[in-house]
Design a protein around this ligand. Structure first.
Ligand code: ATP
Length: 258
């Protein structure tokens, strides 16, 4: 039996304000699968993402990365496994250090883990520059940008760098939290196409978070619908238009179709 890459059970998170942003959700993601998470602003998607990445202290619940129980680990142990879970966030400018050349931001994770050599950079791993150039090529960026600073790149190009850094280490899972929300419509579609191609090519596992049903539908095989901290509905993509869908999902569909 194939183990799920990531399994989360009964996750709860209440902020110090007393607001429970995530109220008992469970989710599992298989190797090579893209699971979509859709919900309106404030439904708790980003809080859940931060919980799964162990960036928030859980109030309750269990998180397993393969068979490793992250919720039982000490901070020091979590630091050792965290690189297996990469993330791409909405704002690439905030994710890339403005003072570093693109090469140094891109190579950050691989530099920290010299013991890891993904197969797609195996032949160039010893040569930092060629390795960085390979990653740039994989996300459709010219090599010359390696020597630029982030302000010399567009938002879409910076997001490609974030994606290249996320895949650089061949992580078990990539959490994509609204990765196209800050981009124009044309660039959004290019980034979605890139993510889809990379997923197929490298057999990546994604949790793709968005408030937009059409983008979630485009990328995901399975979809979870979140509202007010709980999952209202979950289904395979081809069941989206089934009559059994939750009324809230039907409402999202009607917005999507209009
Ligand atoms: N650090 C925090 N302290 C207190 N409340 C918070 C904190 N972060 C988020 N919240 C609250 O938790 C709820 C869920 O927020 P969250 O960012 O997880 O939602 P979201 O679905 O990702 O929304 P968006 O799509 O707008 O990013 C919101 O009501 C928000 O105000």
């Amino acid at each position: 039996m194939m183990l799920d890459v990531l399994t989360a059970r009964n996750i709860k998170k209440t902020y110090s304000s007393g607001y429970r942003a995530v109220n008992g959700v469970s989710i599992s993601i298989k190797k090579g699968e893209c699971v979509g998470l859709i919900g309106e602003s404030g439904s708790g998607k980003s809080t859940l993402a931060r919980c799964l990445l162990m960036l928030e202290k859980l109030e309750e619940g269990e998180i397993f990365l393969y068979d490793k129980p992250l919720h039982l680990m000490k901070k020091r142990e979590i630091r050792k496994v965290r690189h297996h879970m990469q993330a791409v966030f909405q704002n690439p400018s905030a994710a890339i250090n403005p003072k570093l050349k693109i090469m140094d931001s891109l190579m950050e994770v691989l530099d920290t883990h010299p013991e890891i050599t993904p197969v797609y950079i195996q032949d160039v791993r010893e040569d930092r520059e060629r390795c960085a150039a390979r990653l740039m090529e994989m996300v459709g960026l010219p090599k010359r940008y390696l020597y630029c600073y982030p302000h010399e790149l567009s938002g879409g190009q910076k997001q490609r760098v974030s994606i290249a850094r996320a895949i650089s280490i061949e992580p078990s899972i990539i959490i994509l939290d609204e990765p196209t929300a800050s981009l124009d419509v044309c660039t959004q579609q290019q980034i979605l196409n890139l993510l889809k191609e990379l997923q197929k090519q490298l057999n990546l596992s994604y949790l793709f978070i968005s408030h937009d049903l059409s983008t979630v539908y485009f990328l995901s095989e399975r979809i979870f619908v979140m509202k007010e901290g709980v999952f209202l509905d979950s289904f395979y993509k081809d069941e989206l238009f089934s009559l059994q869908r939750h009324p809230y999902t039907k409402k999202l569909i009607s917005l999507f179709e209009s």
